[in-house]
Design a protein around this ligand. Sequence first.
Ligand code: NAD
Length: 356
Amino acid sequence: MKKILALPGDGIGAEVMESALEILDYLMTRDNLDLQVNHKSVGGTSYEEHGLPITDEALSLAKDSDAILFGAVGAPKWDSLEWDKRPEQALLTLRKELDLFANLRPAFLFNELADASSLKKGVIENLDILIVRELTGGLYFGEPRGIDKSVTPAFGFNTMRYDADEINRIAKIAFEASQKRKNKVCSVDKANVLEVSRFWRETVTDLHNKNFSSQELSHMLADNAAMQLVIDPNQFDVILASNLFGDILSDIAATLTGSIGMLPSASLNEKNVGMYEPCHGSAPDIAGKDLANPLAMILSLSMAFRYSLNLDSLADELDKAVRCLISNGARTKDIANESTFLKTSEVAKELIEILK
Ligand code: NAD
C-alpha cells in the first residue's frame, strides 16, 4: 500500500488542499486504490497548535510516506517569530530531511488563457516545458561562504561546487522525465566562464552517451536560455539546470503562463519519494474568501500520481479533466474576465463531474 501525507499549511494552502483531497477521495473510491492518506498540520498552523512549524511526528510520517502533498505556509502574523519557529522552516526541514534534490516545475499554457501571458499568442501557444532544477547543492549550499569585513575593501563570497554524483542523479531525473515527454533534454550551464559548468557539461554528456543516447541532448549557456525562453519557448522540452540557473529560469517560465494559481511542482529524492506543492504561497490577501484557484494543488496531485505513486494513467486523466474544465469556460476569479466565476470549493465538484 502506498502512503500519502497531506500537509495543508496556512491560508489558501488549506483551501486548495481540501479541493485536491476531495478529488483524491473520489478517485480512491471509484478505482478502489490501495492508498492510505494521513493528515498533519504544518507551518503557522502547527506553530499555533504545537509551538513548532513541524512536529517530529509529522516529520516521521513524512519520512514514511511515498508522496507528500504540501499546501502553502506563512502569513504576516508569524513573520516576527524567531527563525527556527517560522512557518517556512517546515518546508526547509522537509526538503533537507528527505533529501529532495530534484525540483520538477512544469510550465504549460492552457491556450484558452493565452491572453494572460505577456508574450504574443503565436509565441506562447501550446507551451509545455519541464524545468528540472537541482535543489540541494550548487551555489546556494557550497562551502566556503561568508562575508569578511576584517579587510578593506570588505567582501562577500560563495562557492559553486558540484560533484559527479550530484550531477549524475539530477541529470538521470531529467532524462527519465523526458522519456515520458518528447525525449529532448537541454542542459543549461555557463561552460564558457565557469569550471564547475565545464564539469557539469562533461558529466551530463557522459551519462547521455552511456545510458540515454537515444534521447536528444543539447547544451545552452544560461544567459542564452533566459533569452530563448522568451523568444521561442516552444523549442524546449525538458530543461536541466543547477540550483542557481534553475531558480531563475523556472521563474521566467512560470510567468510566461500568466497565472500563478495553476502551476504545480514536485521535489523528489533518489527513491522517487516526492513532495508535491503549488508554486504559489498562502496568499493572505484572499485567504478564507473561497477565491483561491486550486488547480495548482490539483495538478500537484496529478504529479504525485505520475512520479511517486505509479499511477500514470490517473495522472493523464486528471490533467485531461483540468484541460476540459478550462476549455468549458470554467474560471476562478484570478483568471476570469467576467464578474461571474467559480469559487474554490466549486472547482473540485466540477472536476469530479468531468471525471465521471
Ligand atoms: P503568494 O503566492 O501567496 O501570493 C501572490 C499573489 O498571487 C497574491 O495576490 C495572491 O492572492 C495571488 N495568488 C497566489 N496563489 C493564488 C491562487 N491559488 N489563486 C488565486 N490567486 C493566487 O505570495 P506572497 O504574497 O509573496 O506570500 C504570501 C505568504 O506566502 C508569505 O508568508 C510567504 O512567505 C508565503 N509563501 C509560501 C510559499 C510556500 O509555502 N511554498 C511560497 C511562497 C510564499
